[in-house]
Unconditional design. Sequence first.
Length: 148
Amino acid sequence: MKLLVVNGPNLNLLGIREPEIYGRKTYEDLVAYIKACAEQGGDEVSFFQSNHEGALVDAIQQAYFDGVEGIVINPAAYTHTSVALLDALKGVGIPFVEVHISAVDEREDFRRVSYVRQAALACVAGKGFDGYPEAIEILREHHKGSVR
Ligand code: DQA
């Protein structure tokens, strides 16, 4: 499968930002971990991180033209605010899984709202970095089912 992993605002600060919530490993550590897991399963994976909503929309649109077959997305704070990301994901029609490093449903009330969730195959939250390979596994299973 051709996969794209999209990370939203402030996830470039992993390792620095609120380590008691997000841990001490960096964004580069996260990329290396996901890449190893994806490639072990024979998948091709690329990565995109931005602090800007429009840049995230552009990357999702570009995924369509690049033939991406599955998206793992941690929209970070835009999870809770962005109709534009939901529309982009619905617009390209690429199956996607929503991931959060922290347990968003056990934090502040505003983090329980997710605009993208209604169109996601699944949401994996509260499993740290392991949520990303789990999301890839969900996409693989879905892909198997849809090409069968
Ligand atoms: C997050 C949770 C969001 O509420 C927060 O705004 C983030 C990261 C997570 O991975 O746990 O930036 O998506």
